[in-house]
Write a protein that binds this ligand. Structure first.
Ligand SMILES: Nc1ncnc2c1ncn2[C@@H]1O[C@H](COP(=O)(O)OS(=O)(=O)O)[C@@H](OP(=O)(O)O)[C@H]1O
Ligand SMILES: Nc1ncnc2c1ncn2[C@@H]1O[C@H](COP(=O)(O)OP(=O)(O)O)[C@@H](O)[C@H]1O
Length: 623
C-alpha cells in the first residue's frame, strides 16, 4: 500500500454508504440483462471482461450487433443446467455516491433456500416484471419471501417498456396490481420504475421515452436508499453478540464480536443481556487500532470496567435498552432438510453466537409459497415454510426479526448429521414461559430415594416389536420388587391407552410418544423410583433426548437386539403378518425405520439367552 492515491481511493470507497439488494424475477423478465447493464455502465467490469462480452455477444448473443448483457450472468445458468448446487452469486459495483452488493438469487421454487439466503442480508429487493406479462405467480412468491426475510423496500421494475411503446397505461395498471399485493404482504415502501434494461431507459438517468414518469432513475433511487440505510443502522440500541472471550494473560480480558446493531463509545454503560449484570466499556479496538467509538457491522474487541461473567453466546447491550430474553417463540421456519421436520425432535439452534437445544412444539400451519395460503401440516418437507412455536432449553437474548436480523434469525442443525436443516425468523416471544417459574421444593430426590433405600434409575428398553422388551422388563420388575425396591413399569402398549391415546405411529407421533414418556420417567426418577420403560423408541435422536433429561449414570439404555426375522417368526400379536399384508402402515422394521443404538449400556441377545437370565443381568445393574 505504497501508493497514496490507491490508499486514498480505498478509504473513500470504504466510507461510502453501502446497499445490499437482491433481484427477483425469472431470466425471461430481463434480470440478467438488467444486472449486466448496471455492472457495465457503472464501470464494474474489467477490460478483458468487456472484450469477452463483445466477442460473445457477436457469436452467441441475441441482440444482433448490440452487446448482449445477459451473457455476463450466463455462467450461473450454465451451472444450474449442469445440476451444480449453486448458492447465491454476489456482484459488486459502485458509483461516486455509494457502493452496492447485488445478490442474484435463482427464482424457481426449488431454490427457495437460496432466495432466502440472499434476501436475509439484503436491504432492498428489485422485483422485475415484464410489462407485457404483468404479475406472475413467481412475482408473488418472490415478494412474499423477500418480505418474510425482512426486506421492507421493494423496487417494482416494470421492464421491457420499449416493447409496450412506453405506454403509461400499462405501467399504471401494473403498479396498481402490485400495490395491492404489497399491502397484503405488509411491504412498506414500493417504488415503481418504468424500465428497459436492454435500451437503458431510466436505468442510469431519466429517459426521454417516458416523459410522463417523474421519479428517479433506478441508479439514483438505489443511491438514495444506500444513504438512508446507513443512517438507520447506528441509531438502534447497541448489540454485540460475544463470539470470543480473549484472555491472553491474567490481566487482560476482552470480548470480541461483530456489532449486530447500534453504536458504542468508550464509557458507555452496558449489560449482559441474559444475566442482567452491568458494567462500563473501558476500551474498544479494531484490530490493533484503539477506537473511541464503533458502529454496526464492525468487528471489535472491547474491555469492561468490572470482572463479570461473560462467555461466547452472550450478548453485550446498551444498559438503557437491553434486548428481551426468552425461551419460547413464534417463528417462521424454512425447512431445508432432506428428512422432514418432526415436531418434538431436539435440534441445535444457532442464533447470533449462541447455540442451544430447541424443539418445535407445534406447527401452526405451513404456507403455500405461491398463494401465501395457510395450510394444515403435521410436518414440514424440504423447501416448505411453516409458522411454528419453538421451545429452547435455556433463555437467550433475541430481537424480533423485524427489528434486528442478526438477533432475530437462527438456523437449526441436525445433531446427528450436523447438517443445517432450517433457517428461521423470530416473530415474537411467547409469554407463557415468562410467567412459569421452576418451583423450588424442600423435599428433593435425594430425600425420597433415601427413604426407599435405593438409587433411582431409568432402565430404558428399546427394540423391535416382539423382540422381548415387555417379557424381560416384566421379569426385571418382579425381581426388583422381590428385593424390596420401589419400581414402576411404563409399557408402550399401556401408556398408549391413556396419556398417549391421541398418538399414532407416524414418525412425528412416535417422537412425541417417546418425548412424553421420557418426561414422565424423569418425574418418577425424581420421585425416587426405579423406572422401567419399555417402548420401541426407534429413533436415536429421541433416545438421546431422553438420556439428556437424566443425571450421569441414571439412564441405562438396554437394547433388546432380536433380529427382525426372529421377531417376525414369533409374531405374538399377529401384527407382522398384518403389516406384511399391507394392513398396518408404518410398522417398525417393515416400512418404518428402527435405528439401532450405538452406545447402549446393555445389549441383550434373546436368541441365545433365556428371559430369566437376561432379566437378572438387567436387575444387577439396578441393584
Ligand atoms: N405401526 C406400528 N409399529 C410398531 N408397533 C405398532 C404399530 N401398530 C401397533 N403397534 C403396537 O404398538 C406397540 C409399540 O408402541 P410403542 O409406543 O412402543 O412404539 S414407539 O416407541 O412409539 O415406536 C407395539 O408393541 P410391542 O410389540 O410391545 O413393541 C405394537 O404392539
Ligand atoms: N430370550 C427371550 N427373551 C425375551 N422374550 C423371548 C425370549 N425368547 C423368546 N421370547 C418370546 O418373544 C416374545 C417377546 O414378546 P414381547 O416381550 O411382548 O416383546 P416386545 O415387548 O418387545 O414387543 C414373547 O413371546 C417371548 O416369550
Amino acid at each position: 500500500m505504497n501508493d497514496p492515491t490507491l490508499a486514498q481511493r480505498l478509504a473513500t470507497h470504504e466510507s461510502k454508504p453501502r446497499l445490499r439488494f437482491i433481484t427477483c424475477g425469472s431470466v425471461d423478465d430481463g434480470k440478467s440483462t438488467l444486472i449486466g447493464r448496471l455492472l457495465h455502465d457503472t464501470g464494474a467490469l474489467f477490460d478483458d471482461q468487456i472484450s469477452a462480452l463483445d466477442n460473445d455477444s457477436r457469436r452467441h448473443g441475441t441482440q444482433g450487433a448490440d452487446v448482449d448483457y445477459a451473457l455476463l450472468l450466463d455462467g450461473l445458468a450454465a451451472e444450474r443446467e449442469q445440476g451444480i448446487t449453486i448458492d447465491v452469486a454476489y456482484r459488486y459495483f459502485s458509483t461516486d455516491a455509494a457502493s452496492f452488493i447485488v445478490a442474484d438469487c435463482p427464482g424457481h421454487e426449488q431454490y427457495t433456500r437460496n432466495m432466502a439466503t440472499g434476501a436475509s442480508t439484503a436491504d432492498l429487493a428489485i422485483v422485475l416484471v415484464d410489462a407485457r406479462k404483468g404479475l406472475l405467480t413467481q412475482t408473488r412468491r418472490h415478494s412474499y419471501l423477500a418480505r418474510l426475510f425482512g426486506i421492507r423496500h421493494v423496487v417494482l421494475a416494470v421492464n421491457k417498456m420499449d416493447l409496450v411503446a412506453y405506454d403509461q397505461g400499462v405501467f399504471d395498471t401494473l403498479v396498481a396490481d402490485y400495490q395491492a399485493l404489497a399491502t397484503a404482504l405488509g411491504i412498506e415502501a414500493v417504488t415503481a420504475i418504468p424500465l428497459s434494461g436492454l435500451r437503458g431507459d431510466n436505468l442510469m438517468m431519466p429517459s426521454p421515452n417516458t416523459p410522463w414518469y417523474r421519479g428517479p432513475s433506478l441508479l439514483a433511487h438505489l443511491e438514495a436508499c444506500a444513504r438512508a440505510t446507513g443512517r438507520a443502522a447506528d441509531s438502534a440500541g447497541f448489540r454485540l453478540p460475544v463470539q470470543w472471550v480473549c484472555r491472553p494473560n491474567q490481566d487482560f480480558r476482552g470480548f470480541a464480536g461483530q456489532i449486530a446493531a447500534g453504536a458504542v463509545r468508550v464509557g458507555d454503560p452496558v449489560v449482559v443481556a441474559a444475566s442482567g449484570q452491568t458494567s462500563t466499556i473501558t476500551s474498544i479496538a479494531l484490530g490493533d487500532t484503539p477506537l473511541a467509538q464503533a458502529g454496526t457491522g464492525q468487528s471489535i474487541l472491547v474491555t469492561l470496567a468490572d470482572e463479570i461473567d461473560i462467555s461466547r453466546g452472550d450478548v453485550l447491550a446498551s444498559a438503557s435498552t437491553p434486548p428481551p430474553v426468552a425461551d419460547q417463540f413464534a417463528v417462521h421456519l424454512l425447512w431445508m432438510g432432506a428428512a422432514p421436520l418432526l415436531p418434538g425432535r431436539s435440534y441445535a439452534l444457532k442464533l447470533g453466537t449462541a447455540t442451544v437445544n430447541a424443539q418445535v412444539t407445534e406447527i401452526k400451519h405451513k404456507v403455500d409459497v405461491n398463494t401465501q395460503e395457510p395450510l394444515a401440516a403435521k410436518r414440514l418437507e424440504l423447501n416448505e415454510i411453516g409458522y411454528c412455536n419453538l421451545s429452547l432449553d435455556q433463555a437467550i437474548a433475541f430481537e424480533a426479526y423485524e427489528n434486528n436480523r442478526t438477533l432475530g434469525a437462527f438456523i437449526l442443525i441436525d445433531k446427528q448429521t450436523l447438517a443445517t436443516v432450517a433457517g428461521g425468523t423470530i416473530d415474537f416471544a411467547l409469554r407463557r414461559a415468562a410467567n412459569v417459574h421452576w418451583q423450588a421444593l424442600d423435599v428433593d430426590q435425594e430425600a425420597r430415594a433415601a427413604l426407599k433405600h435405593q438409587t433411582p434409575r431409568c432402565l430404558w428398553f428399546t427394540g423391535l416389536s416382539g423382540s422381548g422388551k415387555s417379557t424381560i422388563a416384566n421379569l426385571v420388575e418382579k425381581r426388583l420388587l422381590a428385593e424390596g425396591r420401589h419400581t414402576y413399569l411404563l409399557d408402550g402398549d399401556n401408556v398408549r391407552h391413556g396419556l398417549n391415546r391421541d398418538l399414532g405411529f407416524s414418525a412425528e407421533d412416535r417422537v412425541e410418544n417417546v418425548r412424553r414418556v421420557a418426561e414422565v420417567a424423569k418425574l418418577m426418577v425424581d420421585a425416587g423410583l426405579i423406572v422401567i420403560v419399555s417402548f420401541i423408541s426407534p429413533f436415536r435422536d429421541e433416545r438421546r433426548l431422553a438420556r439428556e433429561l437424566f443425571k450421569e449414570g441414571e439412564f441405562v439404555e438396554i437394547f433388546v437386539d432380536t433380529p427382525l426375522a426372529e421377531c417376525e417368526r414369533r409374531d405374538l400379536k399377529g401384527l407382522y403378518a398384518k403389516a406384511r399384508a399391507g394392513l398396518i402402515p408404518n410398522f417398525t422394521g417393515i416400512d418404518s425405520p428402527y435405528e439401532r443404538p450405538e452406545h447402549a449400556e446393555l445389549v441383550l441377545d434373546t436368541t441365545r439367552e433365556s428371559p430369566e437370565s437376561l432379566a437378572q443381568r438387567v436387575a444387577d445393574r439396578a441393584l
